[in-house]
Design a protein around this ligand. Sequence first.
Ligand code: ADP
Ligand code: ASP
Ligand code: MG
Length: 485
Amino acid sequence: MNRLVVMKFGGTSVEDATAILRTGKIVAGRLSKGLQPVVVVSAMAKVTDLLISAATTAAAGDRAGALAITERLRIRHRDTAAQLAAASGAQGDGAAVAATHAWMDAQFDSLDEILRGLAAVGELTPRISDMVASYGERISSRMIAEAFAQTGLNAVHVDARQCVVTDAQHGKAVPQDAAIELQLRKQVLPHLAEGRLPVMGGFIGATEQGVTTTLGRGGSDFTAALVGGGIDAGAIEIWTDVNGIMTADPRVCPDALRVKTISFEEAAELAYFGAKVLHPATILPAVRKNIPVFVLNSRNPENGGTRITALAPHCRSPFKSIAVKKRLTIMDVVASRMLMSHGYLKAIFDVFDRHKCPVDMVSTSEVSVSLSLDSNEKLPAVAADLSKLADVKYEGRKALVCMVGENIRGQNGIAARVFQTIRHINVRMISQGASEINMSFMIEEDDADEAVRSLHAEFFSDPDPAIFDVEAARQTVQEQGRAGR
Ligand code: ADP
Ligand code: ASP
Ligand code: MG
């Protein structure tokens, strides 16, 4: 039996000393079952956001403002380390805390040095942005490795930048699988062979030349899958703050149900189209090696979570889940003449390609093409280039609602039901069939939450108990009934 398991803990699972101690217990539980975990951790909750805002604040010339942000982060990490040491009870002489505080101070000093430089130069390059953002995981992973060791686990810190080799596309670096596998064999497998527990940061990597990179926001999931794929793990566990992949974002739809099992393909669509619970690229390294991925709740570790597997089990409901991607822009490209000759679409897509601007959804008519895009600073330049070919208009604050399910293709009348349910909402673009398991449409961002709730009520009122955690929903209703709500 393959005993290797990658356990990834997200920001909320390591947000403070209490959460980190809970994480340690979950890992100890896996060890006591004879499993061999590799732990991947995110930065503590909100830290990456704060680091990025420190960088932009510094680059805007506000040196004091930037340093005030890192000072608060320094205090938060020092305090957490002290609480972790106190909780383990092993630090009578305070020497261990002093040692931890010493390396933390050195890290924050070097971070402050970068921010001072940034304030002087006034230009934030993607390379510097990655360097600043990397401190969250660099510090959290070392602190957590030490905390685990203090509670008696044989933990050892591994610098993820020595394992996750990437290209130099800062902000969204592309991992180099073969090099990663080689590095994991050198940096991680020997620890496992000696019975140690490797703990490393997610999200961060480095080029062959050793320049720090990041895998994109939410990228710690991706690290977990890369490590899992690279060491041929038997399972990858994504520990987060919800019971698993739900039928909708529970923050938007409180009635959302846990999906007990879902296919790789469905989970990948959901992640790509906005279900933040998993990073979009997570699934690939796991799919290639057929490694099951589990999404689990670190605040409720007994819950069965979601199991992501190669094949979707049969489900009598058409959909498994509804995802929403907000902050999108619709761009309409209208040819001034009837020019739908071959080569026209290519010319349009060449422009997006040149600007490295990904397109989510496309619909075409004889002379016009509508595209949905992530709102970003490149759009004016893209539009300027496109206007050499056609008339271009674009409009932001749009949302893409994406309904995913293996069973859409087998049922008639699904689209009619979807659009009947949201008939009061203006739909701008529709796509079905590009992937047979997803039906998506664009609406105004302000309508998105309401649309999700209406669709959820329509499609999940009679959920298939083989796929959805119907029992939990029933208990909640009973509890609410008892509480008189
Ligand atoms: P982590 O810090 O553990 O990586 P994230 O915040 O990235 O956690 O992802 C977990 C969050 O994803 C949940 O708190 C939830 O609000 C959100 N989410 C969005 N869509 C879904 C969904 N379909 N199922 C579960 N969670 C979802
Ligand atoms: N800390 C990084 C982020 O906030 C990566 C992650 O949490 O997955 O984007
Ligand atoms: Mg995440």
